[in-house]
Ligand binder design. Structure first.
Ligand SMILES: *Cc1c(COP(=O)(O)O)cnc(C)c1O
Length: 379
């Protein structure tokens, strides 16, 4: 193996990239990623070709892995999501999208002729996943908040009541962080006497911390979900995109297939699996503990409340959904938008008060928004 350094030109290239990443990460308020992690203590683990290929619970003949820690991460979330004690299973994914794909995959195996219902505000990756899985689907209207329109859902299911129902519920939509209420949805299914159904909860951002909110939003297994996916790099924070999916074990058993080549079971979507991301998630969960995790969520909610209040006091029509860390506002001028990396849709932007966002940053942003406003009015 070569031990010499990179040539000067490439060293310079790396130094410049690092400078740019440092600057860009500093001013990111528009995307739901935490940046307050420090995994320096894990740097040594970059020396190993870690791979958790196959099932997290079944050893493989490929032994350079982090399965033990992965299982601890899964146990934490299974408990948090009130999964049935002796009937859950899961794995650390490459992100929320993969977890959602997995939930839909199980739903299709159980109800091959099912119809999928999801709201207009659903993440863009879901349409593609439904296409990959070749599942029939219907888009349901949303309320202005971004929450699913329960009346439209009820009417639409009623018209198709001969088909099994597969619900793709949003626990925090991408734009406004609206939560669909899994209990209300389940009540509709029971009211319509639907016999065969499956409910998947997409909790990419808010699913990670909803369990700490009072009153607790209806989103988990005890509320009626059959599977839940979250992203790991959003609320928890990770240098590599990752996620967690928890499902009911008896459902996963339908697709399990043992593979003699690896010794494990082929129960996941990909073959090789990132074994570093479980390490990151495990590290943060152990450092925070459940109390630290709760404090992290409450801090974000406080900053979001402050942001909403400051914006409104300064004449900007900001609003947010109850107990959400996403503050919506009319899109400001391009300069401010690009500087703070604010995503825009239909003339609206949002700032997402991830745990690393400070009160001072909110003050700075509000100041710049007012400046921007003055300039526009003067022009
Ligand atoms: C971010 C997000 C996803 C996708 O998750 P990734 O981790 O980026 O794959 C899915 N659904 C919602 C609501 C999201 O916000």
């Amino acid at each position: 193996m070569r031990t010499s350094q990179l040539p000067d030109a490439e060293m310079l290239q790396l130094a410049e990239l690092k400078k740019k990443l440092t600057a860009d990460a500093e001013l990111m308020l528009g995307y739901p990623v935490s940046k307050d992690f420090n995994y320096d203590e894990l740097a040594e683990f970059l020396k190993f070709p870690i791979n958790n290929l196959g099932d997290p619970f079944i050893e493989s003949t490929y032994q350079v892995g982090t399965r033990g820690l992965e299982v601890e991460v899964l146990e934490f979330f299974a408990a948090l999501f009130r999964a049935p004690v002796n009937n859950w299973w899961g794995y650390v994914t490459n992100g929320g999208s993969e977890g959602n794909l997995y939930g839909l995959y199980l739903a299709r195996e159980i109800h091959p002729k099912g119809m999928v219902y999801f709201s207009q505000a659903t993440h863009y990756s879901v349409q593609k996943n439904l296409h990959l899985l070749n599942m029939q689907n219907i888009v349901i209207r949303t309320q202005r908040s971004g929450e699913i329109d329960y009346e439209d859902l009820r009417d639409t299911i009623r018209m198709n009541r001969h088909m099994p129902v597969i619900i793709f519920a949003n626990i925090g939509t991408t734009m406004t962080e609206a939560r669909d209420d899994v209990r209300k949805i389940k009540a509709i299914l029971q009211d319509l006497a639907i016999q065969h159904y499956y409910i998947h909860a997409d909790g990419a951002l808010s699913g990670s911390y909803s369990a700490f909110i009072e009153p607790r939003p209806a989103f988990d297994f005890a509320d009626g979900a059959d599977s839940i996916a979250i992203s790991g790099h959003k609320f928890i924070g990770s240098p590599i995109p990752c996620g967690v999916v928890i499902v009911k074990k008896n459902n996963r058993d339908r697709i399990a297939r043992s593979v003699s080549y690896t010794g494990s079971m082929d129960t996941t979507i990909t073959g090789s699996r990132n074994g570093h991301s479980p390490l990151f998630l495990w590290y943060t969960l152990k450092k925070l503990g459940e109390d630290g995790f709760r404090a992290r969520a409450l801090h974000s909610l406080k900053v979001a409340a402050y942001a909403e209040e400051q914006l409104r006091e300064n004449g900007i029509e900001a609003w947010r959904n109850p107990n959400s860390i996403t503050v919506n506002m009319p899109a400001p001028g391009e300069r401010v938008r690009l500087k703070w990396q604010l995503a825009m849709e239909d003339g609206w932007c949002h700032i997402i008060c991830m745990p690393n966002v400070t009160f001072a940053q909110i003050d700075q942003l509000v100041g710049e928004l007012l400046e921007d406003h003055k300039k526009i009015n003067a022009a």
